[in-house]
Design a protein around this ligand. Structure first.
Ligand code: C2E
Ligand code: MG
Ligand code: MG
Length: 570
């Protein structure tokens, strides 16, 4: 044994060191901690040092906690220090120190050992707290790292100067609702977890992957990982289920930004860029990866401006209904008309085509307000034509129907039917003068809603048309299960003038027309521009055409002239 004063000095020095190493600010020096612990234990003849942490007392009772053994010679026989501390959050930290059976400890050394144990328990409690902060603050409820994790990475990597040259990406899984429907929600969750794991492993330690929520994620990865990460994102089979033998193909719409700076003006800057690119990716075909470029910023500004101007334009009635006649090709008579929207800019009278603003309005539900406005204005015109006698049933009681386009965005609205009918009824328009054009749907859910809406309209005597048939994923179920009145064949089905008669387009055109007619649907061909087109319609016995051959969509006054003339000169 050393002299008392020597021992005191030695202990003081070790004690300062243990306090220093356990009060870490910038990270914990595990090696140094071990080294000091060994020295202390040796000095005090401690053979084993144990600490335990329990989240609460109930867990302590069940002995369900975390166990840390900092030192063990394999001879922990006698307990000389036994401490139990309950923290402010009702967590419990316990510590024990042991010596060998044949050994004794002086009161002074016991006091020293206890002091050291208190320091260690303080550290365990702090470390556990930090873990909890990490868990709650940097992870979501499902345990995925959250966006705070992402931004922390941006800060740290930026400060260390290694952000520049890396890639940031936002991705959104394709059709995950459908995957959930097909394999069930539980397996769906497992697929996301496994996919996440695959991407995290490929990103590795030098990057970060976090979940924004649902099936949306953000990540940062280095140049060398780029190919493998983007490869996974563009589509890969993901195993799931027992023994992971089942697999489902998962792909994402990805927006990527190559980081050219080590710090951003604000955190949203990088997010804005990858979100913008990802939205573009979402609009393009499956598995799309889109890299951010400056033009997207202009485009996004344009979108914001259209959305903002739209509200004022709607209130200021800047939208006009143009009408495009549907014509019986045998008699030249007008059988109906489609109401199509035009935005007339008040400052210069410029006419803006719907293709320039409708896709933007369809990104949210703005389009629904426009559609109701169009329906209302078309109904007002119909009422006036009826009152003025311009529009009346023919001798056989047949009427000229005016069709209005309704975006698919309406389908989730459970009150859609009531809304449509109230607009028609408020304008006192007999239901049979109105037709609603709806396009094909892409999901089961939409299909169900579509069926409900079409049936409801039918019950009210409002005619319904499938618009743009053949453009999307047209299914035969669409025309078998839903009681449409009219099938509008898109102009992409119309064979080009130089198309050989045995081409697939020709055959499909012919058979789609005869299929529609055989099941009793009225058939309208869109985009009829030339005499050749007209001859084709005649040949395949479809007698209603809509297209530039007769008229472009025309302003209301011009259309009234057509109504008065009743028919086109043959
Ligand atoms: P749509 O409903 O299929 O309307 C037919 C489109 O084809 C119109 O384009 C029309 O001008 C064009 N068209 C007609 N005949 C011909 C032709 O012979 N040749 C060619 N090349 N094109 C022809 P428009 O007016 O530009 O409208 C485009 C699309 O915008 C519409 O396609 C419809 O999907 C949408 N849209 C227009 N107005 C509205 C509206 O009020 N609400 C909604 N939801 N969509 C609308
Ligand atoms: Mg249409
Ligand atoms: Mg169409």
């Amino acid at each position: 044994m050393l002299e008392d004063s020597e021992r005191k000095k030695q202990f003081d020095s070790l004690f300062y060191q243990i306090v220093d190493v356990t009060h870490w600010v910038d990270g914990f020096d595990r090696e140094k901690y071990k080294e000091v612990m060994i020295a202390i234990c040796k000095m005090l003849h401690i053979t084993k040092a144990v600490a335990e942490f329990f989240v609460n007392m109930a867990r302590e009772k069940e002995n369900e906690g975390e166990y840390y053994c900092d030192y063990d010679t394999g001879r922990g026989d006698k307990v000389v220090v036994n401490l139990r501390i309950v923290t402010g959050t009702q967590a419990v930290v316990r510590g024990q120190l042991f010596i060998a059976e044949e050994d004794e400890i002086s009161d002074e050394d016991r006091g020293r050992a206890e002091l050291v144990m208190r320091v260690i328990l303080g550290m365990v409690a702090r470390r556990r707290l930090q873990k909890a902060v990490e868990q709650f603050g940097f992870h979501d409820d499902a345990g995925y790292p959250n966006s705070r994790n992402f931004f922390r990475f941006v800060d740290i990597a930026g400060n260390e100067g290694r952000l520049k040259g890396m890639y940031a990406a936002h991705f959104d899984l394709h059709n995950f609702t459908m995957v959930n429907q097909e394999i069930g929600r539980l397996y769906g969750d497992e697929v996301i977890r496994n996919y996440f794991g695959m991407i995290r492993d490929s990103i590795g330690e030098t990057g970060v992957l976090t979940r924004l929520g649902g099936d949306k994620f953000i990540c940062i990865f280095s140049e060398e990982k780029k190919d493998v990460v983007l490869g996974l994102l563009s589509g890969t089979p993901v195993p799931y289920g027992e023994n992971k033998v089942k697999r489902v193909l998962v792909s994402a719409a990805v927006g990527v930004y190559k980081i050219v700076e080590d710090s951003f003006q604000n955190q949203n800057e990088v997010m804005d860029k990858i979100m913008m690119a990802s939205q573009m990716a979402k609009r393009s075909e499956e598995g799309a990866i889109v890299f951010y470029d400056v033009s997207m910023k202009n485009q996004s500004d344009h979108i914001k401006k259209v959305r903002k101007d739209f509200r004022e334009a709607l209130a200021g009635e800047e939208f006009r209904v143009f009408y495009q006649p549907k014509v019986n090709i045998d008699t030249g008579e007008i059988t109906g008309a489609e109401a199509l929207c035009r935005w007339i800019k008040p400052e210069d009278g410029r006419i803006i085509s719907p293709m320039e603003f409708i896709p933007i309005l369809e990104m949210n539900t703005d389009i629904c307000d426009l559609d109701f406005y169009m329906l209302d204005h078309a109904c007002k015109d119909i009422r006036r034509w009826l009152d003025e006698g311009i529009l009346k049933p023919d001798e056989a009681g047949k009427v000229i129907r005016v069709s209005v386009n309704l975006s698919r965005k309406h389908l989730v609205d459970v009150d859609l039917l009531e809304h449509i009918m109230s607009i028609i009824d408020q304008n006192r328009v007999p239901h049979r003068f109105v037709e609603v054009e709806l396009t094909e749907t892409t999901t089961d859910v939409q299909f169900r809603d579509l069926k409900r809406v079409v049936r409801g309209l039918q019950d009210q005597g409002v005619s319904t048309a499938v618009d743009d048939f053949g453009v999307g994923y047209s299914s035969l179920n669409l025309i078998r299960e839903i009681p449409w009145n009219v099938l509008k064949i898109d102009r992409c089905f119309l064979p080009q003038d130089d198309e050989p008669e045995d081409s697939i387009t020709f055959m499909m055109f012919k058979h789609v027309i005869s299929l529609a007619q055989d099941i009793g649907l009225e058939c309208v061909v869109e985009g009829v521009e030339t005499v050749k087109h007209l001859e084709l319609l005649r040949k395949y016995c479809c007698n209603i055409a809509q297209g530039f051959y007769y008229d472009r969509p025309i302003p209301v006054k011009e259309f009234e002239q057509r109504l008065l003339q009743k028919k086109y000169v043959m």
